[in-house]
Design a protein around this ligand. Structure first.
Ligand SMILES: [Zn+2]
Length: 239
């Protein structure tokens, strides 16, 4: 088991997935070219990827006491971003290092951090926002990956359903369905957006799994694949 390196994500291991996925994707896009759908070129498609927490806000602490959510969120965000960049999407990250986004002088650093994330999202004018998190619970038995969507946002619900269906097929212990989530990062924009709780760090087995590079690649690949298929099915992009 290769443990996550939080500094450098080994992009090499993404290539196998990408090549296989590109074949499927190009075949599918070919079909939509012939149907003359009105859509956006992929290079103009902007995806904001938000690594939750950072800096003084480490988020959930793992069952062992040795892992923290902010590190894992960053690793998963960079990995997911590499998939989108590999297919020529424009990717904007809210953070690409361990630091929070708040000013050192802010009286409420959490509020300042969230405002900065909102500013990044608004100025990027994205077509899609994906926020990456790890879950926690008071009891250690809870586990499973879940996609969340903004309450009342039908398009985001449809995408979250697509992602969760894919999790159900490909990832053990995935929760049964996508859920509405009252999260700031979802509420701060009307853009298509989802928040992924990749698993429960408070479950000892899942804490180990979430830090495995192969598992991270798998999770990110499924999110990426579900998003691209959703875009193609809803005629939102050409390639
Ligand atoms: Zn979180």
């Amino acid at each position: 088991m290769k443990k996550l390196s939080f500094i450098a994500i080994k992009k090499k291991s993404l290539l196998i997935f990408l090549v296989a996925f590109l074949c499927v994707c190009l075949f599918s896009v070919g079909i939509y070219y012939t149907s003359k759908s009105v859509s956006v070129p992929i290079t103009e498609y902007v995806v904001v990827i938000d690594a939750g927490h950072g800096g003084i806000d480490g988020g959930v602490v793992g069952a062992s006491g040795e892992s923290k959510e902010s590190d894992i969120n960053l690793a998963y965000s960079l990995c997911l971003g590499a998939y989108f960049e590999g297919l020529n999407f424009k990717v904007v990250y809210t953070r690409q290092d361990d630091n929070g986004l708040y000013s050192e002088f802010a009286t409420n650093k959490k509020v300042d951090d969230m405002k900065k994330r909102e500013q990044i999202i608004n100025s990027a004018k994205p077509d899609l926002v994906i926020s990456m998190h790890q879950n926690g619970f008071t009891l250690p038995d809870q586990r499973g990956i879940t996609a969340f969507y903004k309450i009342g946002h039908e398009e985001s619900k449809a995408l979250a359903d697509c992602i969760q269906e894919r999790f159900q097929k490909k990832i053990e212990y995935a929760r049964a369905e996508a859920l509405p989530g009252d999260y700031f990062i979802l509420n701060c924009t009307n853009t298509l957006s989802v928040l992924i709780e990749c698993g429960f760090l408070t479950n000892p087995d899942e804490e180990v799994l979430l830090q495995d590079v192969d598992y991270m690649n798998k999770v990110c690949h499924e999110i990426f694949s579900a998003c691209v298929m959703y875009f193609i099915d809803s005629h939102k992009l050409t390639y």
